[in-house]
Ligand binder design. Structure first.
Ligand code: NAP
Length: 283
C-alpha cells in the first residue's frame, strides 16, 4: 500500500455510513488546536457496498495518518487490517486505524475509554473488588466486558433481553463471566459495586430502563453509556439514591483520547471545557 510523502499536511477522520451525526470531529479538532497539531479531522462516508480496503488505501495516499471507524464498518475494518492490537483481536472489531509506512494497524479503544471514564468519575475504585452487572449484549457490551475482565473484576454478571445473544458472547470470556435472565436483573444486582447499562433503553425515543436499584452495594457506581439524553432516568434515580452516577460522555471522550494518541503521539486531556462543548453540541 502506498503512503503519502513526508512533510505533507496530516489528515485524520471518521469512517462510517452515515457519519453526519458523529461528535468525533468536535473532539479531535479541539485537541488539535490545544496541542497545536497541524492536521484535519474529516467525516469520511464509506458506502458498505464499496471496497473497504481500497477506500483506506486511497485515504492513506491522500495524507491520512489514521481514522476512527463507526457503524457499520467495525468488523469489516477488522478484516481489512495488516495487523491488530490485542484489544482489537479480542473483540474482532476495530474503532481506530493507524495508517503508517504503507501498513494498516487496527485498534479498539472502546474498552480502554470505558475504564478511563470510570476511573475519572469514581474516586473510590472499590467497584473493582465487587461483582459487576452488565445489561445488554450488543457491540458496546463486548468491549466493556473485555475491559472489566482485564481490569480484574472477578464476578461479571451479564443479562440481555435476548438471552441467546449473551450466551453467544460467553465463550470469548473466562470464568469471571456468567449469564443470567433479563427478568432476574434486580436479583443479580445484589451486592454489585458496578451496574452498566449498555442497552439502548433510556435513549431518546426509547423506553426507560425498568429496574430497581435497591440491591446494589452501598456506594455502587451506576454508569449508562447512552448519552442522548445525558442524564437518563437510570442515572437520575441512581444519583437520587446516593450512588455514583457516570454518564456516557466519559467513555466517548476517553476512547477518542486513546485514538488521538495513536495518531499524533500526544495523550490529550479530557477536560471540563471539552465536556461543556459536547454538552452544548448535544443540546
Ligand atoms: P447494539 O449492538 O444494537 O445493542 C443494543 C442492545 O440493547 C442489545 O443488547 C439489545 O438487546 C438491547 N435492547 C434494545 N432494545 C431493548 C429493549 N426494549 N429492552 C431490552 N433491551 C433492549 O448497540 P450498541 O452498539 O451496543 O450500543 C448500545 C448503546 O450504547 C447505544 O445507545 C449507543 O449509542 C451507546 N454507545 C455509547 C458509546 C459511548 O462512547 N458512550 C459507545 C458505543 C455505544 P437484544 O439483543 O435483545 O436486542
Amino acid at each position: 500500500m502506498a503512503s503519502q510523502a513526508k512533510g505533507a499536511p496530516q489528515k485524520s477522520g471518521i469512517i462510517g455510513w452515515p457519519v453526519s451525526h458523529s461528535r468525533s470531529p468536535l473532539l479531535h479538532t479541539y485537541w488539535m488546536q490545544k496541542h497545536n497539531i497541524q492536521a484535519s479531522y474529516e467525516r469520511c462516508p464509506v458506502n458498505p457496498a464499496d471496497d473497504f480496503r481500497a477506500a483506506l488505501e486511497a485515504m492513506a495516499q491522500d495524507g491520512f495518518v489514521g481514522a476512527n471507524v463507526t457503524i457499520p464498518h467495525k468488523e469489516t475494518a477488522f478484516a481489512a487490517m495488516d495487523s491488530r492490537t490485542e484489544a482489537a483481536q479480542k473483540l474482532g472489531a476495530v474503532n481506530t486505524i493507524v495508517m503508517r509506512e504503507g501498513r494498516l494497524l487496527g485498534a479498539n479503544t472502546d474498552g480502554e475509554g470505558f475504564i478511563a471514564s470510570l476511573e475519572a468519575g469514581a474516586a473510590d475504585p472499590d467497584w473493582r473488588q465487587k461483582p459487576a452487572l452488565v445489561l445488554g449484549a450488543g457491540g458496546a457490551a463486548r468491549a466493556i466486558l473485555a475491559a472489566l475482565e482485564q481490569a480484574g473484576v472477578g464476578d461479571i454478571r451479564l443479562v440481555n433481553r435476548t438471552r441467546a445473544r449473551a450466551e453467544a458472547l460467553a465463550p470469548s470470556f473466562g470464568q469471571a463471566l456468567s449469564v443470567g435472565d433479563w427478568q432476574a436483573r434486580e436479583d443479580l444486582a445484589k451486592d454489585c459495586g458496578l451496574l452498566v447499562n449498555t442497552t439502548s433503553l433510556g435513549m431518546q425515543g426509547a423506553p426507560a430502563l425498568d429496574m430497581g436499584l435497591q440491591n446494589l452495594a452501598d456506594g455502587a457506581v451506576v454508569t449508562d453509556i447512552v448519552y442522548t439524553p445525558l442524564e437518563t432516568d437510570l442515572l437520575a434515580r441512581a444519583r437520587a439514591s446516593g450512588f455514583v452516577a457516570i454518564d456516557g460522555l466519559g467513555m466517548l471522550m476517553h476512547q477518542a483520547a486513546a485514538s488521538f494518541e495513536m495518531w499524533f503521539g500526544v495523550r490529550p486531556q479530557v477536560d471540563a471545557v471539552l465536556r461543556a462543548l459536547l454538552v452544548e453540541d448535544l443540546a
